[in-house]
Design a protein around this ligand. Structure first.
Ligand code: BGC
Length: 755
């Protein structure tokens, strides 16, 4: 039950949501959960297939364009559509919206990696058929989207006709009234080549501006056919088959996608080559490969919860979707909606580093590493952006981007979020703490930390002995362009002090000398980093004994959340930004987040006061908010609150509680579900002296177990209401901290501690 997601709705609104929930992907290719045969004509559908990082550019139209505003915006492109397969029973088209649906189910199998639809249907003229659709996007062959359809004629059918289509005339979805969805020109792709070759249907298309190419090479097989016809049209290729009806009909369609970014200029030849390799593999074999890939994934990444089926399903669904979304090739990252929809236009935000990266880091470090390498590859672009923004030195990572160019047109809640550079630095540091990968430290981490540290020196200034950073926006987008945002300053401090630490650690080595030459770095600069880091100004309010979000936040009027009608949320869709900026009201509380990420920065009673204060003025209009509140509630002993917030993260998309799941899944929130369990309920913290746990199991659960990778070891934790068992499954002996007490784990040994 907890390994599958089922929804049998045929209602238009739910179908739109299901297009996201039942989307399939592998980090490279993503396919929304559309029906092969389509819906009713009057139904709205966001039909889409995407390649992670495959994009076009559009001009940003400003009424008033000022210096440094980005001119172009990158957009993930909806690519060639290979989903369509129409089925006719003696010229009557099969459709779930006509005739009689005797039985219908749609299921996503989380441990098998495919979606299956089972249908028992009677046509308006009384013909009866059973049809089973299976579709998957392969983890082993990243370019492959495969469909299998079994058609079993039951009654009154003389002939079955199947028409399969590959369509190059595709568009992106637009919504001019929602800033979280694209607006403007939707047609980004034009068909450049279309042909039949060696039995394959081939379409190659090019983007309007970036001149990137994508190709889809499709092959179709059907048994018991009596005739076959292929038609190559201007933008589409269709193949139609007629079949005998005595026996069940098996139809398979393998669609192989390649693009210039990953496969180079010979993308069509490459796709044909992959097709040829696949031609000897029956669908069943591809399903088997999928299962074994997922077995290996779940072996390390699954979290088992006893006594709470709903949450168990929720967390598994979220972990599965994270795997489907994460770029694994160093060329791509994780878009805010993964590959499940077009919301936020396929852009990468800080969501990766702060919300999703830790899960991969601690269970699938190879994926974590490729995410870091992708950020590293954008370092030059970040240096260029810093220059463009008037800085003499340093790297400023863009707020939202695909290839490293700033794609945010609204700078107060976009470019001004300088903290993304510190967030990226933070994830490089976490990687080092968890893997102790010295080679990676020398080759990549040092450079990223040094260049981001330089940004802070250039963006901030020393005044009265304190280092201050003015005119930035923290993660809370309901308060913009402020001086000394606590989150930004504390993350910048961490960034600076770690840059110093890494410099000292590598000092006098050949590698360091090379880096110093490459970056024109001298020791005086490092001194500045130390001075700025040690003297970073972190706003604090004496009277309330809390950290202030920024210099002026607490001087503003408090927004009256209680009297705000429910239909006015999220506030960003109902109030001008300036109205929101005038009040103490948070979309997500960034001071609380800083206390989670850098808990040793403040005393516990300050952290508690701060949480209590901001919780009352936080709307959670951002889906990134609940998990942080769950984690901090766990830390502060608010156990039932911790569970309430957690349950909101776990089911946010499955229950469409934010109302916009149709535009894609909330991937950062999904990563937040994992954080809320591991960092929240289990109290994990990764510190320089080791790995710490402070477990408190929610009352609702009987038991919890999971694995973690840490410094070449695999640990397993089993928790119930009374005790926790730590087990070192592999790797050398390790000292860990349980409720701040040092304990030694020996290989294959278990130790048991009362909670
Ligand atoms: C949040 C940002 C986030 C973005 C993409 C916004 O609603 O406020 O923090 O990066 O969504 O998920």
């Amino acid at each position: 039950m907890t390994w599958k997601i089922e929804d049998n709705s045929l209602d238009n609104q739910q179908l739109l949501v299901n297009e996201s929930l039942f989307s399939l992907g592998n980090g490279y290719l993503g396919v929304r959960g559309n029906f092969e045969e389509g819906y009713r004509e009057d139904y709205l559908s966001i039909r889409g297939i995407y390649i992670n990082g495959f994009y076009d550019e559009t001009d940003i139209q400003y009424g008033e364009k000022l210096y440094g505003f980005p001119e172009k915006q990158e957009k993930m492109v909806n690519i060639i559509d290979s989903q369509e397969v129409l089925i006719y029973l003696d010229d009557e088209a099969f459709s779930l919206f006509e005739g009689e649906v005797i039985d219908f189910s749609r299921t996503l199998y989380l441990e098998k990696g495919y979606v299956q639809r089972n249908i028992h249907w009677r046509s308006p003229q009384g013909k009866e058929v059973k049809i089973q659709f299976k579709r998957l996007v392969s983890f082993s062959t990243q370019e492959l989207f495969a469909i299998e359809i079994m058609i079993e004629p039951i009654d009154g059918i003389q002939e079955v006709k199947v028409i399969s289509e590959v369509e190059g005339d595709v568009r992106n979805f637009v919504d001019d009234n929602d800033p979280r969805v694209a607006s403007g020109h939707a047609k980004r792709l034009t068909v450049r080549e279309i042909e039949e070759r060696e039995g394959f249907s081939i379409i190659k298309s090019k983007t309007e501006v970036t001149n990137l190419e994508v190709s889809c090479v499709s092959s179709v097989f059907i048994n018991h056919q009596t005739s076959h016809q292929r038609t190559v049209k201007e933008t589409s290729v269709s193949e139609s088959f007629t079949c005998e009806t005595g026996k069940p009909i098996r139809f398979t369609k393998y669609n192989v996608y390649t693009d210039t970014r990953k496969h180079g200029k010979q993308l069509v030849d490459k796709a044909v080559e992959i097709q040829k390799e696949l031609s000897i593999q029956p669908f069943q074999a591809i399903v088997k490969q999928q299962e074994s890939y997922l077995n290996a994934f779940w072996e390390l990444t699954d979290i088992k919860i006893n006594g709470d089926e709903e949450m168990q399903r929720g967390i598994r669904f979220n972990l599965y979707q994270l795997l489907q979304s994460a770029g694994k090739d160093g060329l791509s990252n994780i878009a805010a909606k993964g590959l499940s929809g077009e919301g936020y236009e396929g852009h990468y935000f800080w969501d990766t580093e702060i919300y999703m990266f830790p899960l991969f880091l601690m269970t699938q470090p190879k994926i974590a590493k490729s995410l870091l390498l992708q950020r590293y590859s954008l370092l030059d672009a970040a240096r260029a952006r810093a220059k463009e923004m008037g800085h003499q030195q340093g790297a400023l990572y863009p707020w939202r981007t695909i290839t490293g160019k700033e794609s945010s047109a609204y700078f107060p809640a976009g470019t001004a979020q300088y903290h993304i550079s510190a967030d990226i630095a933070y994830s490089f540091i976490q990687y080092y703490l968890v893997t102790k990968d010295e080679a990676f430290l020398k080759e990549y981490i040092a450079e990223v930390l040094f260049e981001t540290a330089r940004l802070w020196i250039d963006a901030g200034h020393m005044r009265n002995g304190k280092f201050r950073i003015d005119n930035v926006t923290g993660p809370d987008e309901y308060t913009c362009i402020v001086n000394n945002n606590y989150y930004t300053n504390s993350m910048a401090k961490y960034n600076l002090l770690w840059a110093v630490k890494v410099f000292n650690q590598l000092q006098d080595t050949d590698v360091m000398e090379e880096i110093m030459v490459k970056l024109h770095l001298d020791k005086a600069e490092v001194k500045n980093w130390l001075q700025a880091g040690e003297n970073m100004y972190l706003p604090f309010n004496e009277a309330l004994q809390i950290n202030e979000q920024d210099d002026t936040f607490l001087q503003k009027a408090v927004w009256d959340l209680e009297s705000t009608p429910k239909d006015q949320f999220p506030l960003l869709l109902h109030y001008h930004p300036l109205t929101l900026y005038r009040y103490q009201v948070c979309k997500q509380a960034d001071t609380v987040l800083a206390h989670f990420l850098l808990e040793d920065e403040e005393d516990l009673d300050i952290i508690k006061n701060t949480f209590d204060y901001y919780e009352n003025i936080t709307t959670h209009d951002s889906s990134l908010s609940y998990c942080v509140h769950s984690i901090m509630s766990s830390k502060l002993g608010y156990t039932s609150k911790a569970y309430d917030y957690f349950s909101k993260t776990a089911l946010l998309d499955l229950n469409n509680t934010h109302g916009n799941t149709k535009d894609g899944l909330h991937l950062a929130n999904m990563g937040g579900t994992w954080l809320a369990i591991i960092f929240g309920f289990c109290g994990l913290r990764v510190k320089e002296n080791g790995i710490h746990f402070q477990p408190k199991l929610p009352q609702q659960w009987e038991a919890l177990s999971f694995k973690l990778r840490y410094q070449k070891r695999i640990l397993e934790l089993d928790l119930n209401q009374e005790y926790v068992i730590y087990k070192l499954i592999s790797g050398e002996n390790l000292t860990i901290y349980h409720n701040e007490k040092e304990i030694l784990l020996e290989q294959h040994e278990t130790v048991k501690y009362l909670m």
